[in-house]
Design a protein around this ligand. Structure first.
Ligand code: ATP
Length: 248
């Protein structure tokens, strides 16, 4: 999307001075960000920078500690379930499929159109009768993403969509995300494959220690990628304690 087009599109989700964390423990401080319809925004940062915490709070899974999440123009507190009913799909590295059901059954239970899912991922066609547990990791993640996108969601949040997958599959998944954005979906991506993610994104935010330290167009961030990797993305930049429990 061009900068001009971005400016005219509806903001789907926005953080305004958002503070987020777990119980009384602050993790994310003063986050301001927007994702517009048809736009792919990439959130990057080293381990523990606060990317997942930001995503969980924007999705409604965690309550803000301060500031606001604005979802489709509304500021009231909404759970993830409610946002899901209002068009949000949240995909994580944990593949959300029913392992004992076939690919076709998984697509039918996805709440969207199996036909649309197969348009996005024709490679699932020969696998329709196979139980999902017998699919490869990449195929399972394609199924997860196909299910998420088949209902033409308003927004897609993807947290480490391609964790541990081969580069070819990562490209395939990101291609489908791009196609979804072209059809108007607002996409917020957290990806460990930062270069690949920026290549398909419109804009990006670079987080360190719970704060956004850099933001810009994906093209500008890609131009500075060596510096960004050295200063913000290499291991050892975060000095937070180990996580104590699960956020979900
Ligand atoms: P990664 O790339 O490693 O997934 P991230 O940028 O997504 O990192 P978060 O998962 O948001 O980072 O974690 C940010 C901080 O919050 C870390 O210090 C982490 O230990 C802490 N944290 C995460 N989950 C919890 C939890 N359930 N309870 C307490 N602290 C947590």
């Amino acid at each position: 999307m061009t900068a001009l087009a971005a400016g005219t599109r509806t903001v789907v989700v926005e953080a305004r001075g958002l503070n987020a964390g777990y119980g009384a423990v602050p993790v994310v401080t003063d986050l301001d960000m927007q994702v517009r319809a048809g736009e792919i925004v990439c959130l990057v940062g080293s381990n523990g920078a606060g990317k997942t915490t930001s995503l969980l709070t924007l999705a409604g899974e965690l309550s803000p500690q301060g500031g606001q999440v604005v979802w489709r123009g509304r500021t009231e507190r909404m759970s993830l379930d409610r946002r899901a009913r209002d068009g949000l799909r949240f995909v994580t590295e944990e593949r959300s499929i029913f392992p004992t059901l076939t690919t076709a059954e998984n697509l039918r239970l996805g709440g969207g159109s199996p036909q649309r899912a197969l348009e996005l991922f024709p490679e699932l066609e020969p696998l329709l009768k196979r139980p999902a547990r017998l699919l490869s990791g990449g195929e399972q993640q394609m199924l997860t993403l196909a299910r998420a996108l088949s209902g033409n969601p308003v927004a897609l949040f993807a947290d480490e969509l391609s964790l541990g997958l081969a580069p070819k599959i990562v490209t395939r998944l990101l291609d489908a995300v791009q196609a979804a954005a072209r059809s108007g979906v607002a996409v917020l991506l957290v990806e460990q494959h930062v270069r690949q993610a920026l290549q398909v994104s419109d804009r990006g935010y670079v987080m360190r220690r719970g704060r956004v330290e850099l933001e810009g167009t994906a093209a500008d961030l890609l131009e500075r990628i060596d510096e960004i990797e050295a200063s913000y993305l290499s291991a050892g930049h975060e000095d937070r304690p180990e996580r104590k429990g699960t956020a979900r």
